[in-house]
Design a protein around this ligand. Structure first.
Ligand SMILES: Nc1ncnc2c1ncn2[C@@H]1O[C@H](COP(=O)(O)OP(=O)(O)OP(=O)(O)O)[C@@H](O)[C@H]1O
Length: 206
């Protein structure tokens, strides 16, 4: 297994959001997270990425196995596309950025500052970072936002290549990515019942 989650409880701010989440993701497997707005997909991914400690339960993965791509692109806006890629290559261990550049068709943009790109171009660079990390478990939060159809297809191809190499992915998405062998986890049954009533973000799930 690349990732095993057992009886996980997750919080966001003062509120418990999820309880009793269990799943495993094997090498070569993609797990699609489903659930309505506010159910807790981002909260679960943030917990998997180590940004928020679990309230209970366990997350088993090799150290430094997880690469997280959040809603925000996380780019260095003053650096060019190439400089961003080389920065990440340095941080994560000097992976050749060429496959990432090819996968997301970034060659025409290599000298462009990240801060001067369109939303979809920024998203392509943000997703290219995943390849540069060399990490086996991709945790992705709405990765296709801002992408046109051609680049959604490029993203799906990059995930397929990653899976074929023994990687895995946990992806929160509202669209069909066309990954035929992906399994789906609807997190709605795991929404915690005891959401704080004074939490202004809380939206009861029925
Ligand atoms: N910073 C925060 N502090 C407290 N609660 C928050 C915070 N951000 C989000 N929440 C709440 O946590 C719950 C889960 O939100 P989360 O973003 O994980 O849902 P989601 O399934 O990813 O939704 P979406 O499909 O809209 O992206 C929601 O009730 C939301 O209002």
């Amino acid at each position: 297994m690349n990732l095993r989650v057992t009886d996980l409880a997750c919080a966001r701010g003062p509120a418990q959001i999820l309880a009793g989440v269990s799943f495993a993701v094997a090498p070569g497997q993609a797990l699609i997270l489903r659930g309505p707005n506010g159910a807790g997909k981002t909260t679960l991914l943030r917990t998997l990425a180590g940004l928020t400690p679990p309230l209970a339960g366990t997350i088993e993965a090799d150290p430094d196995a997880i690469a997280y791509a959040a809603h925000a692109d996380g780019l260095k806006s003053q650096l060019t596309v190439m400089e961003n890629l080389l920065f990440w290559a340095g941080v994560f261990g000097t992976r050749d950025p060429a496959p990432a550049i090819a996968a997301f068709h970034l060659t025409p943009l290599l000298d462009r500052r990240a801060g001067e790109m369109s939303a979809g171009q920024k998203r392509r660079l943000s997703l290219a970072r995943l390849l540069v990390t060399g990490r086996p478990v991709w945790c992705l939060d709405e990765p296709t936002v801002s992408l046109d159809a051609e680049n959604v297809a490029r993203f799906a191809a990059a995930v397929t290549t990653h899976l074929a190499a023994g990687g895995s992915a946990v992806i929160a998405t509202h669209i069909d990515l066309g990954l035929p062998d992906a399994t789906t986890l609807d997190i709605t049954p795991f929404v915690a019942k005891r959401i704080r009533t004074d939490d202004p973000f809380a939206e009861r799930m029925g």
